[in-house]
Structure formats: structure tokens, C-alpha cells
Ligand binder design. Structure first.
Ligand code: ADP
Length: 683
């Protein structure tokens, strides 16, 4: 279904609802000012006629009130020959109540029932104790009207039906002994018990209501006046709702409650039906609107997903494009540092190196922040040693601390598990940022990196703290420095550098890991940053993910095939490897690499992933398909694509290791040295 169809359907439903209400209003008022004739005869207390009072009775009151509400004038006419004759001869247009027999009188219209007539047997207790179960041969007096006669004939087969001219005569016929029992409607019985016909005055009468013989009654109308009768019938609904009908019933019936209950029962059904229709319309509209909203949301989400996908691709490309030349700059600077002896030139090269690292750091921060902003930053779960992580961070920052004359120490307390499952790289990133800040903002004193473990069993909570004795952070700024680009004051950038992104990223990383980054600080006294993460303890035997670079590692005698399309990066990799004592051969793309591996034995392949003709993944898969020992050849990715996805792709293609550009000498040496040598892997 197209999206526009749903609001259209909802609008149509609302329009239909509006049209219906408008039509109902019109219908209710269409007979204002109209005058009609309505007939009665003697049937108290339902209706009755006298010369002095005219029409009176329950149904008369009800019809008068219904007519008043509809703006219709009723002229009551006394009809000696009964309702049907009066209606069919056009003497009158309406009759207030008659047994509801839809379709039985084709020339007449019957409204929905508005009342119910319950029937009863009345008999003389002196003549018979009970009315027998079966009425065969028993004389039953019934008013000589079509509907009651038909009802009696149908219900009492075999009984001797004795028709009486009027309702009053029914009781009289029984009391006179012409019939054994009188069969009449309860309302007549009620009216007559208080005002008995002469023949019945001294009798002991017994009344037995017949609840199963209850007949609905409706307004009868001459066919053309059907719509008017229906409008009057609708107004009776209103009278039930506002209690008017109950008041009339109380006035006319001694047993009004049962009578009214029946009317209310009928009314309730109608009302429930209307409610149901209303609820259906409202629900239809609501469901329509909801479906429309869901479809809208779904298409918006699809759009957002697409935008996110594009952003992810863009970020990966930007990262790749910047890292590739940066690898060249940094690698060349590293090589230069090893060859240049002149102190001044060395200093210049150091400046190049530091500036390039600074830029790389900035790139990493901007990429991280935009990944967090777009929800693309995913955590990786691998086994790592928390203790080693802290020690590595300490080791990394020792030279910087020493240069500043600040004491740096790591303090590990509690039972810290050997390995835990989590994103060690991201925890290291947070800790690195905190320690870097701590040393940066401390002139003298100390910086302490703390690790405390809590909990035993499958889960452990690791508390990391970085405490310094530095300049501290003013209380009013302690909340805001976690915001993006926020520094204590503008002079910070000039004096200490930095972007103000570090703490914001750190806090968001910690939150992604389910923890919270907190700060306590006293200006002039120092700061204490802390965060906690809860991680599963890795089962013993799990392999540690990251190999910590080992200083002074050499690769003497290792034959390495460097597969790299960028000439500068070829030179950098070859230069670094040669300096480590390795023998290097070059291939410019995947196709060349596959050919070379076929022709010659290498100890390891350093494989760039993005290359023309055949990329690193495809080349690795080709090599893994080869016959012989060569298919076990260790292959390490050396790529500028650093996302988790790229790592996964490399592993899936069958690579054994992963190095991100720009790579430094130690990382390169440690990673390659940790690989199994050719003779071990041979089949
Ligand atoms: P950056 O250090 O890149 O400017 P951060 O988000 O890491 O960005 O830090 C934001 C600011 O918080 C810093 O510029 C500094 O003003 C303040 N700050 C952070 N750590 C410390 C600390 N240990 N001592 C004093 N000030 C700090």
C-alpha cells in the first residue's frame, strides 16, 4: 500500500464520521413544525381515552414528550375500530404501541421496539388452584386483536381460545365463567386490578406473569410516515438516557421498575451498538493514523540508515586518504632519524614527526567524535590483561613525565583477573587521554594511574583512576569540561594545545561501556578522574588480543614480501624492515603478490588491503587456495583502513595479523616476530 493511501483513508473515515453526524442532526430535525394524527383506544395504563381528558396513559405521555423534542405536533384521535383499521383507512398516521412484527403488515411501518409487553395469566382462585402446565381443552380469554390472538394460538395449542371485544372484557369473560383463565398483558392487569370490572369485584384473583411470553412493541405508522415515526422513536432513546422515561413509568405503573428495566435493556442494546460503531470508527481512524506514522517512520529510518551508511563510508575514506600519506611522512621521518647525525637536522625531523603525530591524533579524535555522534562507534570484545594495559600506558608516558620532572606511577590493588573480555583498545584510549592531560596540567608533583578490581566470579568491576597534583579545575567548570571543544579557558589552547575533544570522547566511550567518568578537583591542589567498567572474566586459555610492542625486537634473516601500491609507503616499509634486519621484496598489487608467492618462498607477507587490479583480501584468498606449504604463509594486513569492519574482513580473508598505518618500527617488529616461522608451519 502506498504511504499516501493511509492518510487518505483516515481523512475519508473522518469525513464519513462528520457526514454521518451532520446527517443525523438533519434527520432529527426534519419534521419540525409537522402535525400528525395518532390513535388510541382503551388499553390502560398504556393508553386510554375519555371525552373529558382525551388521550392519557404511559405511551401517551411518552409520545407527547418525544414529539415535543422532535418539534412535531400530535393530534390524538380516538379509534373505535382498533389500530390496523384506523391506520389502513388513513384515519390516523401513527399508533403509539403495537407488537413488533417486522414484515407482517406490508402496508404499515414499524419502528425499532421501544417497549416490551409482558403477559400474565389471571384466574379465579376459588374455581381452580393452578393454571395447568398444558392448556389443552382449557378456556383462555384473549382480547380480540390480531397480535394477541395469534400469540395465544401459537403458544397454547389445543386450548379453547375465547376472544373478548376489549382488554377489560377479557378479565370480565373469565370472571363470568366463560373462560378458565384470562391471558393479558401485564400493564392491563396492573391497571385493572385496582379498578376491577363488576363481575370480578368479589373474586380472589390470582396473577401469574409469564416472563417467557414477552413481546417487544414499537410505534406503528402508515407507510409514508415511517421516517417521522423513526425520528420519534430516536427521541425516546434520549428520554431513556436522561431519565424522563423512568419518571413516566413511575407515574403509570405499579411495577414500573420491571417494566422500565425491559425498556432500558432494549435501549442498552441500541446504545451499545452505537457505541460499538463509534468505537470502530475511532479505532479505524487511529489504526489508519498509526499505520501511516509507522510507514513514515520506517521510510525516515531507511533514509537515516542510508545517510548513516554513507557517512560511515565517507569516514572510512577520509581516514584512509589521510593515513596513507601520513604513513609516508612518519615512516620517512623515522628513517631519517636513524640516519641523520647532525643535531639541528635531527631536531627538525623530530618537529616533523611530532607535528605529524599531532595531526594524526586530531584526525583520530575527529573521526571518533563523528562516529559517536552518528552512532557508528562499535565496541569490540577481545581478551586483554587490565594490569598489562595500565603498565603499558605508564611505560608510554614515562619519557614525557620525566621530561617535565613529574613522578609517574601505576598502582594496582585487589584481585585483578589475568584476562577480561572487553574493548581494551578503547579503555587504553580513555586512560591515555586522562594520563596525557594529567601530565600536561601538572608542573610538579606526581601522577598516579590506579587500577582496582572488585567482585569475584564471572564478572569483575574495574575501577581506573588518574590522580594528579596539577593546576586543578575550577568547581564551576567541572561539569562543562566534558562537553565537546570545552577547555578551562581560551588560553589553554595557546599554552597547552589540545582541541577540547578528549574528555568528551572519553566520557562517551566509558558510557558506551556501561560506566561513568567522574571528576573531583580542587584548583591548585590537583584532579582525580575515575571511571569504572564491568567486564566478564575471560576463561583461562583465551589468547590475548593485542601484542604489546617489545623494544629492541629484530627481524634478522626474515624474508618479507611487501605488497603496496603507494611508492612512498613501499619505501617506508622497506626501509623500516631493512633496518630491522629483514630482507625485503616488493609487489605493487595483489596479482603480482600471488605470482611472486607461487615462484618464491617468503617468511611473511605484509599486505596492503586497498590496491588496484587485485586488493589485499582477494590476494590473500588466492594464496590460501594454493597447494603446498605456501598456503600457510603468514600474511599481515598493513592498511590505512582501521575500522573494526576492515579488521574483520582481513581476518575473514585469512590474514594472520593486522597493522594500522601509520605503523611504527616497534609495532611492526613485535607483530612480525610473534608470527610462526615458515619451517614450523610447513606441512
Ligand atoms: P584537550 O586536553 O584536548 O584540550 P580535553 O577534553 O581532554 O581536551 O580536556 C578539556 C579541558 O579540561 C582541558 O583543556 C583542560 O582545561 C581541562 N583539563 C583536563 N584534564 C585536566 C587536568 N588533569 N588538570 C587540569 N585541567 C584539566
Amino acid at each position: 500500500m502506498p504511504v499516501w493511501a493511509v492518510p487518505l483513508a483516515a481523512a475519508m473515515l473522518i469525513a464519513a464520521g462528520g457526514f454521518w453526524s451532520w446527517r443525523e442532526y438533519g434527520r432529527a430535525n426534519q419534521f419540525r413544525g409537522v402535525s400528525v394524527r395518532i390513535g388510541v383506544d382503551h388499553n390502560p395504563p398504556n393508553y386510554d381515552w375519555s371525552e373529558q381528558k382525551g388521550a392519557s396513559g404511559f405511551a401517551v405521555d411518552v409520545m407527547n414528550e418525544a414529539a415535543r423534542r422532535a418539534g412535531v405536533t400530535l393530534q390524538w384521535v380516538y379509534c373505535v375500530r382498533g389500530s390496523r383499521v384506523a391506520l389502513e383507512s388513513h384515519e390516523i398516521e401513527l399508533w403509539p404501541t403495537g407488537f413488533y412484527r417486522p414484515g407482517e403488515y406490508p402496508a404499515l411501518h414499524q419502528t425499532r421496539p421501544w417497549s416490551q409487553d409482558q403477559h400474565a395469566f389471571v384466574w379465579d382462585r376459588e374455581r381452580r388452584a393452578e393454571v395447568p402446565e398444558r392448556l389443552e381443552g382449557v378456556g383462555v380469554a384473549v382480547v380480540n386483536r390480531m397480535a394477541p390472538l395469534a400469540l395465544a394460538r401459537q403458544m397454547f395449542p389445543g386450548a379453547r381460545i375465547v376472544p373478548a371485544p376489549s382488554r377489560r372484557d377479557v378479565l370480565q369473560t373469565m370472571c363470568a365463567g366463560a373462560a378458565d383463565v384470562a391471558f393479558m398483558d401485564m400493564r392491563t392487569v396492573e391497571g385493572m386490578l385496582l379498578d376491577r370490572p363488576d363481575q370480578c369485584r368479589d373474586k380472589v384473583l390470582h396473577v401469574k406473569p409469564q416472563p417467557e411470553l414477552t413481546d417487544p412493541t414499537s410505534i406503528f405508522a402508515w407507510k409514508d410516515q415511517g421516517p417521522l415515526a423513526d425520528v420519534l422513536r430516536d427521541r425516546i432513546d434520549d428520554m431513556v438516557a436522561d431519565g424522563t422515561l423512568m419518571r413516566y413509568a413511575d407515574r403509570w405503573f405499579s411495577f414500573s421498575s420491571s417494566d422500565v428495566r425491559q425498556v432500558l435493556g432494549l435501549q442498552e442494546q441500541t446504545r451499545q451498538l452505537r457505541w460499538l460503531a463509534g468505537v470502530c470508527v475511532v479505532m479505524g481512524v487511529a489504526i489508519g493514523l498509526m499505520t501511516w506514522l509507522i510507514l513514515k517512520l520506517r521510510s525516515a529510518r531507511a533514509g537515516a540508515d542510508r545517510a548513516r551508511q554513507l557517512q560511515a563510508e565517507f569516514l572510512a575514506n577520509v581516514s584512509h586518504e589521510i593515513r596513507t600519506p601520513m604513513n609516508g611522512v612518519l615512516g620517512t621521518a623515522d628513517l631519517l632519524l636513524e640516519t641523520v647525525d647532525n643535531a639541528e637536522m635531527r631536531e627538525q625531523v623530530e618537529t616533523i614527526r611530532e607535528s605529524a603525530y599531532g595531526q594524526l591524533e586530531l584526525l583520530n579524535q575527529i573521526l571518533d567524535q563523528s562516529k559517536i555522534d552518528s552512532g557508528l562507534l562499535l565496541l569490540e570484545t577481545t581478551p586483554f590483561s587490565p594490569r598489562k594495559l595500565v603498565e603499558q600506558v605508564e611505560k608510554t608516558f614515562l619519557p614525557m613525565a620525566r621530561r617535565k620532572g613529574v613522578e609517574l606511577r601505576a598502582v594496582v590493588t585487589g584481585e585483578v583477573p589475568g584476562l577480561v573480555q572487553g574493548d581494551g583498545l578503547r579503555i587504553r584510549q580513555v586512560l591515555t587521554n586522562l594520563v596525557n592531560n594529567a601530565i600536561k596540567f601538572t608542573k610538579e608533583g606526581s601522577v598516579e594511574i590506579g587500577l582496582r578490581a572488585e567482585g569475584s566470579g564471572a564478572l569483575v568491576t574495574l575501577w581506573f583512576t588518574v590522580i594528579d597534583t596539577g593546576i586543578g579545575i575550577p568547581r564551576e567548570l567541572q561539569g562543562s569540561i566534558f562537553e565537546k571543544f570545552r577547555q578551562v579557558d581560551a588560553s589553554t589552547t595557546r599554552k597547552y594545545g589540545g582541541t577540547g575533544l578528549g574528555l568528551s570522547i572519553s566520557r562517551q566511550l566509558v558510557r558506551l561501556m556501561g560506566g561513568e567518568l567522574t571528576l573531583e578537583s580542587e584548583p591548585g591542589q590537583g584532579s582525580r578522574f575515575g571511571f569504572q567498567v564491568q567486564l566478564p572474566v575471560a576463561r583461562s586459555g583465551a589468547a590475548e588480543a593485542s601484542v604489546a610492542p617489545v623494544k629492541g625486537q629484530m627481524l634478522t634473516g626474515l624474508v618479507v614480501l611487501v605488497v603496496e601500491d603507494n611508492v612512498v609507503n613501499q619505501k617506508v616499509a622497506a626501509g623500516l624492515l631493512k633496518r630491522l634486519g629483514a630482507t625485503v621484496e616488493l609487489a605493487a598489487n595483489g596479482v603480482e603478490a600471488v605470482t611472486k608467492c607461487r615462484e618464491k618462498e617468503y617468511d611473511v607477507v605484509l599486505m596492503d588491503c586497498h590496491m588496484p587490479e587485485m586488493d589485499g583480501y582477494a590476494a590473500t584468498m588466492e594464496i590460501r587456495k594454493m597447494d603446498g606449504a605456501v598456503r600457510h604463509l603468514p600474511i599481515v594486513a598493513l592498511t590505512a583502513g582501521v575500522s573494526g569492519e576492515e579488521r574483520l574482513k582481513a581476518m575473514q580473508a585469512g590474514m594472520d595479523g593486522f597493522l594500522a598505518k601509520p605503523v611504527n618500527r616497534e609495532e611492526l617488529a613485535s607483530t612480525l616476530a610473534a608470527l610462526p616461522r615458515r619451517d614450523v608451519a610447513a606441512e
